[in-house]
Structure formats: structure tokens, C-alpha cells
Design a protein. Structure first.
Length: 366
């Protein structure tokens, strides 16, 4: 069983974060396989899931599977600081930059240099800070509050959210360009109620953990207790399951957890029904494709993209110049001149049928 746990911390007792994650359910196994594929890359990752589903655990696992595993992993909650302080916390500040700044201090980006920065609840960032964050991600340097000197950084950013950022974008609360910058890779963490195969393995893990802390012997779940756990909706996800197990061990007798020992919440949390999937616009698809290309290829892309677009359109139109010109919105003369320039059209000679892909054609995964 693949088990992820958070490092011990005094703050975990009052935290709403999940402290353990397993991958027994088929949905979780699919997530793990995807995670293992993208972790070694340098791509930014957006982790989406409800509170208590284990987003930080997944982020830590990505870091540990990457080439940055020997560097620092810095996890911060973007909603834990006031708007006036979050800039200084993110980017650092110099002495005297604001009232109370008695000494210079490095920000989260500098602390994570050479490693991974995990920005939890990214949707809580104020719009003004989102602009500055986008610039830092693009330029790979920070400027401390109260300073004009830029500091180069080498950081991989993983972000997480429990809100639907597409709705936040439409409402004007989140920048679309920042969303595409962060969402090179997207990982969806399903709530516990939608991956029931993880419930009992997690429950048994928490039983072992709390039995060790409480000095108990072996404790097991009765079949009726197991059915009750699997059938419950878990609105608080993994953290709620941990709390239920902790309380249950305090009241159960004879080393067996019975159905009546499980005190489950009767609070109903109203959740929005799933919205129908809206097909992504062509402009949005291109933005995503270009974002991947920028990450992978680097500079000098204009001519390469232009030539590749013309080649792809020419072949799509079955090597018809007029149709190609109409498709691209160009005149036939311009289209013909460009086809000759890139070697797709041989003047006064019959063009041979293509036998394979042009090695320079860029495949934009849309």
C-alpha cells in the first residue's frame, strides 16, 4: 500500500490538513500514475481538491519524486496572511520597508530556492499580488519590498485550490494569465466519498497511529463498523476520518470498534451540483498549447510556429494553395511565396507526395 504522511508538527493537532494519503481506490491509483509521470519534470502543477483531501501530501510526493528532492520544500497558505503582509511574506522585505520591519527578511521564494514552493489556496491571493506573482514566475526573480535589487530564483511552483478558478476568473477575482501559467499540469483530487476504496486503509492507518500514541494494544474494526465508515459521506474528508478514529479509540472496549462507537457528524454541507463540461474555446486551447511550448522549447519561436502553422494548414487542405490561403486569411500570392520560402512548394516542378513528417513540424498538443 502506498502511504503518504506529513512530517510531525505541533500545528497538526489543530490543522484542517489531511495528515495521510493512500492510493488503494482505482481513482487514486490513476492519480498516482499520472503524478509519477509529471513529477520529474519542471512543469508547474495545479492541484485541485476540497479541503482535507491531501493536496499538500500530493505536492510533497511530487517534490520527492523530482530532481529537486534534495532541495527545500516550502509550503505556505496564501489565505493565512492579510493583504498588507502577503507581499512581504512571498517576496521578502528590507529593513524599514514598513512599520515593524526591524530587519531584512527573505520571502518564501528565496527560502525555496533550489527546491519547490507549494502555494496552497492560491485562489485567496489578492489581485494586486497575483500580478506580481505572475511577473516573478515569468522573470524568475524577486524584488524584496522596499528594495530595487532583483534576486534570481530557481524554484518550481506547485499550487493548490479548493475553489473553481474558472468561476473566479469569470467573476474577476483571479487572473486568467496566471491561471494558465500555473496550470501547465492539472491534478484532480477526488473527495473521500468519491474514492471509497481508500476509506478503510486510511481508517486502519489512523487506528495504528493513535493506538501507538495512546499506548493501546491491537484494535480492529467490526464488519458493521467497516460498513458504516464506507457508507458515510465524509464532508470533512481525510481530516474528519482521522478525528472520528481518534475519538472512537477513546470510547471503544475490548479491542474491537463497534458500529455504535463511531460518532459521525449529522451536519449536512450543501455542495454545488457538478456543472456540465463546457468545451474550451480555440483561443484557450492555443494558450495552453503555447504555454507548453514556451516551457519546453525556449526562445526564437516566432518563425518556427509560423512555418509550422503554414505547413499544417497546407497539408490539411490537401496541398491546395487557394484553400490554404482562405483557411489562414491570407492572399494567395502571400501564401504561395511563403510555401516556396519554406520548401513546401517547388516552382515549375511537380511536388512529390510526402513520405513522412517534416522533422521541424511542431506538434501543439491541444
Amino acid at each position: 500500500m502506498q502511504l503518504l504522511t506529513l512530517p510531525p508538527s505541533p500545528t497538526l493537532a489543530t490543522s484542517i490538513r489531511a495528515t495521510a494519503q493512500v492510493f488503494e481506490d482505482p481513482r487514486s491509483q490513476a492519480l498516482l500514475a499520472h503524478l509519477q509521470q509529471v513529477a520529474p519534470s519542471e512543469a508547474s502543477v495545479l492541484i485541485i481538491g476540497e479541503t482535507g483531501t491531501g493536496k499538500e501530501l500530493v505536492a510533497r510526493h511530487i517534490h520527492n519524486l523530482s530532481g529537486r528532492r534534495n532541495g527545500p520544500f516550502v509550503a505556505v497558505n496564501c489565505g493565512a496572511f492579510s493583504e498588507s503582509l502577503v507581499e512581504a511574506e512571498l517576496f521578502g522585505h528590507e529593513k524599514g520597508a514598513f512599520t515593524g520591519a526591524l530587519a531584512s527578511k527573505a520571502g518564501w521564494f528565496e527560502e525555496a530556492d533550489g527546491g519547490t514552493l507549494f502555494l496552497d489556496e492560491i485562489g485567496d491571493l489578492p489581485m494586486a499580488i497575483q500580478v506580481k506573482l505572475l511577473r516573478v514566475l515569468q522573470e524568475r526573480e524577486v524584488v524584496r519590498l522596499g528594495s530595487r535589487k532583483s534576486i534570481p530564483i530557481n524554484v518550481r511552483v506547485l499550487a493548490a485550490t479548493n475553489v473553481q478558478l474558472d468561476k473566479a476568473i469569470n467573476a474577476g477575482h483571479f487572473r486568467e494569465d496566471l491561471y494558465y501559467r500555473l496550470n501547465v499540469v492539472s491534478l484532480q483530487l477526488y473527495p473521500l466519498r468519491e474514492r471509497p476504496g481508500d476509506i478503510l486503509p486510511l481508517a486502519r492507518h489512523f487506528i495504528r497511529t493513535y493506538c501507538e500514541r495512546l499506548g493501546y494494544g491491537e484494535v480492529r474494526l467490526s464488519p458493521e463498523a467497516e460498513s458504516k465508515l464506507v457508507g458515510y459521506g465524509w464532508p470533512g474528508n481525510i481530516r474528519e476520518l482521522e478525528n472520528v478514529i481518534h475519538h472512537t479509540l477513546l470510547v471503544c472496549r475490548n479491542g474491537v470498534v463497534q458500529e455504535d462507537d463511531l460518532r459521525l457528524s449529522h451536519i449536512r454541507i450543501e455542495r454545488q451540483e457538478a456543472q456540465p463540461v463546457v468545451e474550451e474555446s480555440a483561443d484557450a486551447q492555443l494558450l495552453r498549447a503555447f504555454q507548453r511550448l514556451f516551457e519546453e522549447q525556449g526562445g526564437a519561436l516566432h518563425e518556427l510556429v509560423e512555418d509550422s502553422l503554414l505547413r499544417a494548414a497546407y497539408r490539411y487542405c490537401h496541398y491546395n494553395q487557394v484553400h490554404t490561403a482562405n483557411l489562414l486569411g491570407l492572399s494567395r500570392n502571400v501564401t504561395r511565396a511563403r510555401l516556396i520560402a519554406i520548401g513546401e512548394l517547388v516552382v515549375n516542378k511537380r511536388r512529390p507526395e510526402p513520405t513522412g513528417r517534416d522533422s521541424r513540424l511542431v506538434q501543439l498538443s491541444i
